[in-house]
Design a protein. Structure first.
Length: 74
């Protein structure tokens, strides 16, 4: 079963952590930093990707905690 990525996205009441493919947030936080800490821990434990979105909703940063090729390509 493929692992689901974690996304940190802006919401009406703060920053939300959403698992890829889900319509509901797993948690909501006052600051983006708080949401990133929670999402990073989830991504690390599930060995998946972390996508951090900016206030405009566009992805501004991406981190992989999964099975990256060794050595990395490129």
């Amino acid at each position: 079963m493929p692992t689901k990525s974690q996304h940190v996205v802006p919401g009406k009441n703060g920053w939300r952590v959403i698992r890829s493919g889900s319509s509901r947030a797993s948690s909501t936080h006052d600051t983006q930093d708080e949401a990133i800490k929670v999402a990073r821990a989830k991504a690390q434990s599930s060995r998946s990707e972390l996508y951090i979105h900016g206030k405009d909703g566009r992805i501004r940063e991406r981190n992989s905690y999964g099975k990256d090729p060794m050595p990395p390509k490129g």
